[in-house]
Design a protein around this ligand. Structure first.
Ligand code: ADP
Length: 618
């Protein structure tokens, strides 16, 4: 019984199609009939040829059965069955079993319809046409040559034969259709279940999506707040430190102050990296193209990296194609950021040898170029395997070896994202322990047809600039460039330390400065005194900077309804500048504020007659 179950299970296994299962049924039945047929033939002493023919039939059926189950995808076995049954067996039976008056007509009809269940449409049409010709051929041959037909003994036998054929054909087709319907229903039910499961999964995904969106929003606002909170104390630290660097003569203290300055800027760039990353991730990062000077980028990169490289005894050089346009149009800030990321990495990951920054270009059309920037180092290099993950966020390679080198693993992923945003490409060519070359290609508009010339030659002409000992905080930045003793400004900030930072940074300008620690206090001052400029913090408790600005503008008897107000804020999020300008501020300075930024801004907004420039002889 178990054995039978196994055989049945094999011939009706789930992965077989219905067509296959039908083929198995037919061949199985044929085998069951043919096998005793051979034995009977031997027993009754049929002639050798008769026995051989029966045996051959048995062999053919067995081979086809094996074939169809061994190679279930093969279309041949069903075609063989259809052809043998319709074209050989049934026509012979027509003449051997009594002709038109018997059940053979029904069997021939059965064969013709059954063909369509076994073979595909193309073969179905071919076999049906042949069937039609054969069937009508049989009818005509019987009519013309009735002597070829072995008629049954009498009409009663014919009726019995026809009735039996009718019963069999009905039962076989009935069973087939029932079985097909059963399988389709089973499949439909399975599909309905899958459908239901998918719907539930979809609902869960939508819910998860909503949760993610709100988590991402929470992350954004958390980052915005953190940015503000962290930048505010850094502002105080760096501002006060700048005062020490300006005023102190003690070498040891100056060294301490320099260290504070570099660590402070490092912390700041870390906060900026995390902010940039989250802005890019949330799709809030925008490009701000401007016209910029190529030489200025080269020169600043040189100044910023030269000392870092020198401290590690590395050679640092800039090479450039002198034909690069002198002025280009693009997002200068992000291009600088890309170059600085690559350069600081090159210095970080190189123990000895050199770092080379190279600028090339290729014309794409009359008004556009591809700016090609490459940074080459002779450092630790990156293995081919690691190169695949190089631009992934937070991915640091060879953490063990590099654990003494500071980094978040964000620099390259931000660099790649900026490059993508600008429609450019970034690639790396590196050999482990020999060095790496990072190459960035960015499309840029030409703003001026003049060319930049050789960087080295221009640098040599500027002499001192090239040997300037500075990172981003060039000491020349800290020199006051003007005085304005007759100008009066009001600084508004709820953090006392920040007020002092601004006051001290502007000390040498001689500007008269009033300090207000809240929006309310500011409004009292603006009723009493006329100011040339107001520097206003944004995020203050009770009345924020924007409200204070609107109230100044609307103040009845106010003396400052048209005084330029500059936003001075730690809010460094994207779109901040646009937001402040649209609110009515004339300009925007991001904290931590540097003396040079403050002075540059004041030079723009203070009345010209109150400014005494250094070049005026003062
Ligand atoms: P990190 O802040 O860790 O430097 P980056 O995204 O800038 O993050 O770089 C990712 C990783 O790529 C680094 O941790 C370092 O292993 C590898 N890498 C980047 N630049 C270089 C280079 N010039 N030479 C060797 N390895 C580098």
């Amino acid at each position: 019984m178990n054995y039978l179950k196994k055989i049945f299970g094999y011939f009706f296994r789930d992965e077989l199609t219905i067509r296959h299962k039908l083929v198995n049924v037919i061949l199985g039945c044929a085998l069951l009939v043919q096998f005793p047929g051979v034995i009977v033939s031997v027993a009754v002493g049929t002639g050798l040829w008769g026995i051989l023919t029966q045996f051959l039939m048995l062999l053919v059926i067995a081979v086809v059965l094996y074939w169809t189950n061994r190679f279930p995808d093969s279309p041949v076995p069903p075609i063989v069955i259809a052809v043998v049954g319709n074209i050989i067996v049934f026509p012979i039976m027509y003449f051997a079993c009594g002709g038109y008056g018997t059940g053979i007509v029904m069997w021939m009809l059965f064969g013709a319809i059954f063909t369509w269940l076994l073979v595909d449409v193309k073969w179905g049409i071919v076999i049906s046409l042949v069937n039609f010709v054969l069937f009508t051929g049989c009818l005509h041959v019987e009519k013309v040559y009735p002597q070829y037909v072995s008629y049954l003994a009498n009409r009663n036998d014919e009726i019995t034969d026809t009735s039996i054929a009718f019963a069999f054909v009905t039962i076989i087709f009935g069973s087939i259709f029932k079985y097909q319907t059963y399988v389709y229903e089973k499949q439909a039910m399975a599909l309905r279940e899958i459908d239901e499961a998918l719907r539930e999964l979809n609902e869960e995904l939508e819910e998860a999506n909503l949760r993610l969106a709100s988590a991402s929003e929470a992350k954004s606002s958390f980052l915005a707040n953190m940015s503000h909170e962290i930048r505010t104390p850094i502002n105080a630290v760096l501002g006060m430190d700048e005062m020490i660097l300006r005023e102190c003569k003690d070498k040891q203290i100056l060294e301490y102050a320099n260290n504070i300055d570099s660590a402070g800027h490092q912390l700041l760039s870390l906060v900026n990296d995390i902010l940039d990353f989250s802005k890019i991730e949330s799709g809030k990062m925008e490009l701000h193209p401007v016209e910029y000077e190529m030489f200025s980028i080269m020169n600043d990169c040189y100044n910023m990296i030269y000392m870092r490289a020198k401290r590690k005894d590395l050679k640092f050089a800039i090479e450039n194609d002198p034909g690069i346009p002198a002025f280009l149009y693009g997002d200068e800030v992000r291009i600088r950021q890309i170059i600085m990321n690559l350069l600081t990495n090159a210095v970080k990951y190189t123990k000895d040898g050199s770092v080379t920054l190279k600028f090339d270009f290729e014309n794409t059309d009359e008004d556009n170029i591809n700016l090609i920037i490459s940074v080459k180092d002779t450092g630790i290099g990156i293995s081919e395997d690691d190169q695949k993950y190089l631009f992934d966020s937070f991915k640091r390679i060879d953490e063990k070896t590099n654990r003494n080198i500071e980094g978040t693993g964000l620099g390259l992923s931000i660099t790649k994202k900026f490059t993508d945003m600008m429609g450019g490409t970034i690639g790396v060519d590196s050999v482990l322990y020999e060095g790496s070359t990072f190459t960035v290609t960015i499309p840029q508009k030409i703003a001026d047809k003049g060319t930049v010339g050789h960087f080295d030659e221009r640098l040599n002409k500027r002499g001192e600039t090239s040997s300037s000992d500075s990172d981003s905080t060039d000491s020349s930045d800290k020199k006051d460039k003007f005085t304005a003793p007759h100008a009066r400004i009001l600084v508004v900030d709820d953090v006392k330390m920040n007020l002092n930072v601004v006051r001290l940074l502007l000390k040498n300008t001689g500007i008269q400065i009033d300090l207000a620690a809240s929006g309310d206090e500011c409004l009292k001052y603006t009723l009493m005194k006329r100011y040339d400029v107001i520097l206003m913090d944004h995020m203050m408790p009770i009345m924020d900077g924007i409200e204070a600005l609107h109230r100044i503008r609307e103040q009845a008897d106010g003396l400052n309804t048209d005084t330029p107000v500059v936003a001075l804020t730690a809010n460094a999020l994207v779109g901040a500048q646009e937001m402040y300008l649209s609110e009515g501020f004339v300009s925007y300075i991001s904290k931590p504020v540097k003396g040079i930024d403050l002075e540059e801004c004041l030079l723009k907004v203070l009345p010209e007659d109150k400014i005494v420039r250094e070049s005026d002889g003062n």
